[in-house]
Design a protein around this ligand. Structure first.
Ligand SMILES: [Zn+2]
Length: 416
């Protein structure tokens, strides 16, 4: 059992009763209880993915709360946070309540929605942040887009702070990135594709950190992907600001030159960067600058991805492969320990979102992820629970992956 919050890394039992962790320790007895024999496996707090797209309401042809939650369970996640770029956008408590209600009926895992920062995520008028918090949002973000206007961003940070919500920014200067399809560099030149320079991300990070310091708000950089962004976040943390960031499996493991020419399963935002930037993301995870791993699971229907590269939408699915990629890139490479890896999937995101989850202690919800760091398995896309197939990892064989997912004491997924 590995529980980063208590520092435990030992052989132990976890007893869950009435949906809550009842006890943790060696040799626990509970007559009549269902027993899960996890001998030789790692038992961890339930994994939390703080950045996913479930596409409901509005884009149910690509994913639904139900199918996305099944993919989450099959990836070892017990909680997911869907971003608000649905149709309609989750910018008011009616949409938030709809998502919470659908999730309570159809989702296999916990769903904690993220509300938008601005109305329709258009970057102008603020969304109904206070009433969305009452309806259940755990953070605000206009993900898919940044808040471009600094005045609006200042007001957003002040408002998020007043309601005790973290603000998650998709950092991309839209004027600099306009028309870009991949990272700007040698590869984009070679392929003749228009580039998105690293500084399109860094300029927004830099501006936002100044505003975060000015307002004292809790600020989180989504899918961080460049060395300079990381350096700025590290500096803000050293100043004691409540600033955090997440890294995605793809931006820590794949570079722009890994993309087979014009393969839209490698097209996402931020784009796959140069090898140096990828190394910087891994270094930042090892150095403790990164607080969470988030998949940015972004399903798109086959018809949308089956177009010429420039017309394809950005994003890949990632819930089912996040742990496999992270284990390979971070743990089997010797860069971080298993407890640190578990922390990035559990306590890290729980702290940012102020969820009383991500640890195994009496009284917390009985969410448990069981995984095998050495299990050899192949990602068979035909058996994916997601409705979409856009991923660079179809058919890939991984070392390490989830074995069972337990939500509120119930086994919701188990590897066959
Ligand atoms: Zn984003």
């Amino acid at each position: 059992m590995i529980d980063p919050a208590s520092g435990r890394d030992q052989k132990a039992d976890v007893l869950v009763r009435d949906g809550l962790v009842a006890a943790v320790g060696a040799g626990l007895e509970s007559p009549g209880a269902e027993v899960f024999d996890a001998d030789g496996l790692v038992v961890a707090p339930g994994f939390i993915d703080m950045h996913v797209h479930l596409r409901e309401p509005g884009f149910e042809h690509a994913e639904t709360i139900e199918t996305g939650s099944r993919a989450a369970a099959a990836g070892g996640f017990t909680s997911v946070c869907p971003m608000p770029n649905t149709s309609p956008v989750n910018d008011n408590p009616t949409v938030t309540s709809y998502i919470v209600e659908r999730a309570s009926r159809h989702a296999l895992v916990n769903v904690f929605p993220v509300g938008s920062i601005t109305k329709d995520s258009a970057g102008e008028a603020l969304a109904q942040i206070g009433s969305m918090k009452k309806a259940g949002v755990v953070a605000v973000s206009d993900d898919g887009r940044p808040v471009m206007n600094a005045r609006v961003m200042r007001r957003a940070l002040e408002t998020a702070r007043a309601f005790g919500l973290p603000l998650i920014q998709h950092c991309e200067d839209l004027n600099l990135s306009a028309g870009g399809d991949m990272h700007e560099g040698l590869e984009s030149t070679r392929l003749g594709l228009r580039g998105i320079p690293a500084c399109a991300e860094e300029i927004i990070v830099a501006r936002d950190l100044l505003l975060a310091e000015y307002t004292g708000a809790q600020y989180h950089v989504a899918h961080i992907s460049t060395r300079r962004s990381i350096e700025m976040v590290a500096r803000a943390k050293a100043l004691g600001l409540p600033v955090t960031c997440e890294a995605t499996p793809h931006n820590m493991s794949l570079a722009d030159d890994d993309m087979p020419p014009y393969d839209s399963d490698y097209k996402m935002k931020p784009p796959l960067r140069s090898r140096e930037e990828v190394a910087a993301v891994v270094d930042a995870i090892a150095a403790g600058v990164v607080d969470a791993i988030a998949s940015d699971h972004a399903p798109h229907a086959g018809s949308e991805k089956m177009q010429e590269y420039e017309r394809c939408p950005f994003g890949i699915i990632g819930l089912e492969t996040a742990l496999g990629v992270a284990l390979e890139t971070l743990y089997h490479s010797g860069r971080i320990s298993l407890p640190r890896l578990v922390e990035l999937f559990t306590l890290g995101p729980a702290r940012i979102l102020k969820l009383d989850r991500g640890r195994l202690a009496p009284g917390v919800p009985g969410d448990v992820t069981i995984f095998d760091p050495d299990l050899v398995w192949t990602y068979d896309l035909d058996r994916s629970f997601s409705k979409s197939r856009n991923t660079p990892w179809g058919g890939k064989t991984f070392r390490g992956g989830p074995v069972a997912t337990i939500v509120d004491g119930a086994v919701v997924w188990r590897r066959q």
